[in-house]
Design a protein around this ligand. Structure first.
Ligand SMILES: Cc1ncc(COP(=O)(O)O)c(C=O)c1O
Length: 391
């Protein structure tokens, strides 16, 4: 009878739809598990479960002016304000798996950092049951020191020194962890996070940030980022290149850093290193978080994937920061501004029609007393042509 076969056909269609829906949900669950930074089940997830899966936005004014599509991966949307949340969580989770950190027992995470990583560790330590001990140069901006102290981190200030000096802040952090671990009467465990050399850094960008970008955009022609530890450009660069070897990876390098010269000519060098011209800080720039004059393990992971480097002056970065703020409502930190200058230069070099992705690592809030103090002086009506004529 026709009504019976109609009923049977409808039942089959409904069953098929239910099956497809179940398969889709199972696939989504699997995908989420693969890209998650926390092994905790959803009901017990705290703030750490919100790390990653950051949005990708278009920087419309730059797209309109260049004829390319210029996008920013909004790492400043991580719960503790930067891409470093991913790295801090990955380092903590790896230490937990090794049994080097156990929550709720006073165990200590040591890190030498004057930047975002310390803030991520300080906040995550509270969320996950640890103590953060941050070693930093004694001329670090007061608001950063205050923020770390407010978050409850132990803050140890040391004199600015070269990495070969045992009292340099990274070395001070290692020593602090060793002292606890070597003291038989101290029941606490300590971990030296060591973001510059720790390979969990680039790997977390390889397994999370890179794949996220690939899900968010059909085609990535160019990826541009600065390098502090090198973790982001190594991880994202490798993930994008493995997906499509035609993707170009460009290092955006601030003045005073030797990395651009290393990429373009094979030698780690910057003109500020000329005899008699060297100043107190190794990398002399208003830009914070990127630029280095030494090779780190994480940067070494990146070298095979970086195609070229673009130098960006402080004057260009300051005016780009103001331009983005006034034209797009994007109030960003200095490394994001450097990336955007490099993105426009690259767009002009390659011509219209390319999809370019940069990282927006942190917000302008963290740079008010140094970078933005100067950026705020740039004319609010500055044009993009003027930004690029500043060199
Ligand atoms: C504000 C900011 N931008 C960019 C970076 C560079 O990231 P990476 O260390 O992955 O090279 C850092 C690193 O500390 C940073 O603090």
């Amino acid at each position: 009878m026709p009504w019976r076969s109609t009923l049977q056909a409808s039942a089959t269609v409904i069953s098929l739809l239910l099956l497809v829906n179940e398969l889709r949900r199972a696939y989504n669950r699997l995908e989420q598990q693969q890209n998650t930074l926390t092994p905790l089940p959803p009901t017990t997830r705290g703030i750490e479960s919100r790390i990653g899966n950051t949005p990708l936005i278009e920087i419309k004014s730059l797209s309109a002016k260049t004829g390319c599509k210029i996008y920013a991966k909004m790492e400043l949307c991580n719960p503790f304000g930067s891409a470093k949340d991913r790295v801090a969580l990955a380092i903590i989770r790896a230490a937990e798996v090794r049994g080097d950190l156990v929550p709720g027992q006073g165990d200590v995470i040591f890190e030498g950092t004057s930047g975002s990583t310390g803030i991520s560790f300080a906040a995550l330590a509270n969320a996950l049951g640890y103590v953060a001990h941050i070693c930093l140069p004694d001329d670090t901006s007061p608001e950063k020191v205050q923020l770390l102290q407010t978050l409850g981190a132990v803050v140890e200030k040391v004199k600015p020194a070269s990495i070969v000096d045992p009292n340099q802040y990274v070395n001070a952090a290692k020593r602090g962890a060793d002292e606890i671990n070597n003291d038989a009467n101290d029941p606490r465990r300590a971990v030296f996070a060591n973001q510059f050399e720790n390979l969990h850094n680039w790997r977390v960008h390889y397994t999370t940030t890179g794949p996220e970008i690939l899900r968010q955009l059909d085609r990535v022609d160019v990826f541009i980022n600065g390098s502090g530890t090198g973790g982001t450009i190594a991880g994202v660069g490798r993930a994008l290149k493995e997906h499509n070897e035609a993707t170009r990876v460009v290092l955006a390098d601030p003045q005073g850093s030797g990395l651009a010269n290393r990429v373009n000519f094979g030698v780690l060098y910057d003109s500020v290193e000329k005899e008699g011209t060297r100043r107190r800080h190794q990398v002399d720039t208003l830009v914070e978080g990127i630029g280095l004059s030494r090779l780190t393990q994480n940067f070494k992971q990146a070298e095979a994937y970086i195609d070229e480097a673009v130098k960006v002056s402080d004057a260009e970065a300051l005016s780009m920061a103001q331009y983005l703020c006034m034209n797009d409502g994007l109030f960003w930190g200095s490394s994001a501004a450097v990336n955007c200058v490099a993105a426009v230069k690259t767009a002009m070099k390659y011509g219209p029609g390319h999809n370019i992705v940069v990282i927006a690592c942190d917000s302008g809030d963290r740079h008010l007393s140094k970078f933005w103090k100067e950026a705020a002086k740039v004319s609010k009506s500055i044009s993009l042509e003027e930004v690029l004529s500043l060199n």
